[in-house]
Design a binder for this molecule. Sequence first.
Ligand code: GLU
Length: 514
Amino acid sequence: MNQVRLRFAPSPTGPLHIGGVRTALYNYLYARKHGGTFVLRIEDTDQGRYVEGAEQYIIDSLEWLGLEFDESPAKGGDFGPYRQSERKALYKQYTDQLIASGHAYYAFDSSDELAEMRQRFEAQGVHSPKYDASTRMTMKNSLTLEASEVDRLLELGENVVVRLLLEPDQDVVFHDIVRGEVRFNTTQLDDKVLLKADGMPTYHMANIVDDYLMKISHVVRGEEWLSSTAHHVLLYQALGWESSMPQFAHLPLILNPTGKGKLSKRAGAKFGFPVFPLSWKGQTEEDSFEGFKDFGFDAEATLNFLAFLGWNPGTEQEIFSLEALVEAFDLKDIVKAGARFDIDKAKWYNQQYIMSKANEDLLPTVQDILRSNDVEVSDDFALGCIELMKERVTLLPEFYTKAPYFFTDRFDYDEKTVRKKWKENNIPPVKELFGLIEEVEDWTTDQLQEVIKGYITGNELSFGNILPFVRVATSGTMKGPDVFAMMALLGKEEIVKRLHAGLEAFDRIKQAAG
Ligand code: GLU
């Protein structure tokens, strides 16, 4: 039986868009599910679009998400090199083969000549003329020129490209796992350039040669490559490799939150959410993007969210660990319709993951976040904060931003509550209660709760009039986790200090209010 081998084949032309991550994920899932091999191939033949740092960014992103490759430029493997720029000689060898077999030819037209050809045919009423059976015989190529002239031009080496020769009016039919039978006709297609004037192959040539030589069994990629597939099928035929052609699966587009139009890299800035896995620092502000990770998304939650952009298991289950995804995933369950990018859904996943994680598993990330905010606390204390906050945060940085009072006593007081409730009949009991709290010896959540609640009920006071002051003195705000647990975590010394500071602040706020 043929081996299952899938590749993720990004071009290092900039940061990897979240759609690219989904492509990598689906390739990974399918490879793992079938005990196959997951290959990273860097498609860097377009030197004009090469961006420094993009390859590393791709690797870092997939590493963050835990999508491990079996073969890659860094890891090596039996089918290397895994960077196309290091495989130039191979592409030349196969274009030579295509020329020898009459499936490809040399063309020498300059860009001006190509433009002139388009104008000429447009003037004759041809809609979008292209280099094909109906035009090529009017152009400068090895089909129209004398052999000696061809040799001279090859020797000269200017504007020399190799083009694939397409027979007119041929049906190209292939099966796509997502779309079923897909049909093109060569009349719609042009004689694609296979080898460029700089000696580099085009995407099409390099992609086919490498998929063949790397024994790729399934090509899983974005829908934007569907129309190229017709050329790819013709190339497989021309090279005599048809029987080893991989199976194709073209993934649906990821759409803007509005459901209209493809999710673009600019959409992030427009809608205020990330569309890249990691942050990327470009040349300009406009070219710099915040990533899912820095935004506060957990890696597994991100994967779970992405998995559902274009696939679903056909059941109600929504939470899938990476292993569970491997188990459940199948290419045939990929949907055809575009998938709407819904950031609220991503946040929902994130919340579910945070809640379900063990405190210890969240600790390293939370400590990183705290350190980046210049906060140094013990692991025990951080674990206590995690325990109290994990049901309340959606994005990881909220462990800090939603509860700064765990890390500083310089927080703002909820003035509205103080103004409303710091009244004559509440002030003496609150002061008396604060004194009692200072006396508590056994500084635990239960004991604090007993003393405080006991005092309020024992004196027939109202919880709503007294308890807010305990809370606001402790954390400044009426929102937050269980106040007794917060007090226990912060410790007696700190709380006593805060109770005193609170009483002063309440008076100050009341006075200022007049
Ligand atoms: N290099 C192409 C890209 O950047 C690969 C497309 C494919 O998977 O064939 O997406």
